[in-house]
Design a protein around this ligand. Structure first.
Ligand SMILES: Cc1ncc(COP(=O)(O)O)c(C=O)c1O
Length: 363
């Protein structure tokens, strides 16, 4: 049967008309460094431990899972430290779902969400999906944000939800705790600090988790997709005041985290030391990328994450395509004269750098 209906002919919500879905290319290239994944597989010994727990969970899969995912929340509280307890933890199918829960509870029709652009491309989409309006603030030319300017912009926009991404995707820029404190003071709405890449920051870098006490409108989200090499399992989580967590319970679907997901994540957390052992290696590759990009005449931005945004590209389309033709997939994030590359394994990183060197800086 031929499908003749186009989206325009369906009674779609007016506020969704003309939007484009998230669409990072999933091309089957040998070296895929385009979506900031951890390209190291889960270590064998952990994979078999996880499999044992998933097999057990499967025997009870005729029953609905623990709606409150208690064991998992306890695991995250222990992993995060900072004196957190399970009642301060929430989780979802990726931090994207956690962010969606926040938008459903605190944004929605007639409300606004705010972030400092350029930032994570899903923020506007998740915002609009709940019927709210996305408001983009600005950064300095080097993508940093200072407390006074941030507070001024937030006070002026007066948003219901503020998303602060640190280290920021797609730029890699860290955010000082002083900025978060200033934004919180200036804001009426909830302030969400997205620390999806926090494990790749210097070991002594402070986390916004240290600011949670006494700030009931503050939440800190994390993910297992990056440092934990668990992107395919879809597990993200958040720490906040218990009342904030109660708000998220109002909008989540019952049993949103499957028994298999819960079992896999609990087992992975039990093995967090092994799961995280590639983080330092990835940081080393990130530093190698930055140094080599600079030597090749590009302009890499300082990054505390598992990727590098670099400027100095004459023709982004041409360079992206030239790398693609050499089997290397990176990302055009829409910033003029810039491309973004994730730090891969040593071999993948070498493949990217060699391909780039073979093209030369003027592509
Ligand atoms: C800043 C940021 N937050 C959240 C996510 C979503 O991660 P996930 O839904 O896989 O947990 C990403 C993924 O790239 C990201 O870059």
């Amino acid at each position: 049967m031929e499908h003749v209906t186009s989206l325009d002919e369906l009674p779609l919500r007016d506020d969704l008309r003309g939007l484009t879905p998230y669409g990072a290319p999933q091309a089957p290239l040998p070296v895929a460094l385009n979506v900031n994944e951890n390209t190291h597989p889960v270590p064998d010994e952990v994979a078999s431990d996880i499999l044992d727990d998933v097999a057990l969970a499967l025997r009870d899969v005729n029953r609905y899972p623990d709606r409150e995912f208690t064991a998992l929340r306890e695991g995250f509280a222990e992993y995060l430290g900072h004196g957190l307890t399970a009642e301060q933890i929430w989780a979802g199918n990726g931090s994207n779902e956690v962010l969606q829960h926040i938008m459903q509870a605190f944004a929605g029709p007639g409300r606004t969400a705010f972030g400092f652009a350029p930032t994570y491309s899903m923020y506007p989409l998740i915002t609009q999906g709940t019927g709210a309006r996305w408001v983009a603030g600005t950064r300095h030319d080097d993508f940093t944000i200072d407390p006074d300017d941030a507070a001024r912009q937030v006070a002026e926009a007066d948003p219901d939800v503020i998303l602060l991404c640190t280290p920021n995707n797609p730029t890699g820029t860290p955010l000082g705790l002083d900025v978060i404190e200033a934004v919180y003071e200036a804001a009426r709405g909830v302030v969400v600090v997205d620390e999806a890449y926090q494990e790749f920051a210097p070991h002594d870098a402070p986390s916004a988790l240290s600011l949670l006490h006494g700030r009931p409108r503050l939440a800190v989200s994390r993910t297992m997709s990056k440092a934990f090499a668990f992107a395919g399992a879809r597990v993200g989580y958040l720490a906040a005041d218990p009342a904030f967590i109660d708000a998220l319970r109002l909008v989540r679907l019952p049993y949103h985290l499957s028994a298999l997901t819960q079992a896999a994540a609990v087992a992975a957390l039990r093995n967090s030391a092994t799961m995280l052992r590639m983080v330092d290696e990835i940081v080393e590759q990130r530093e190698r990328i930055s140094a080599t990009l600079e030597a090749l005449g590009y302009l890499p931005h300082a990054s505390w994450s598992n990727f590098v945004l670099f400027g100095g590209v004459d023709d982004t389309q041409a360079l992206w395509r030239a790398l693609y033709d050499r089997g290397v997939l990176i990302r055009d994030v829409g910033i003029p004269h810039h491309l973004r590359v994730s730090a891969g394994t040593e071999a993948e990183t070498t493949a990217f750098l060699e391909a780039l060197a073979s093209i030369g800086p003027s592509a």
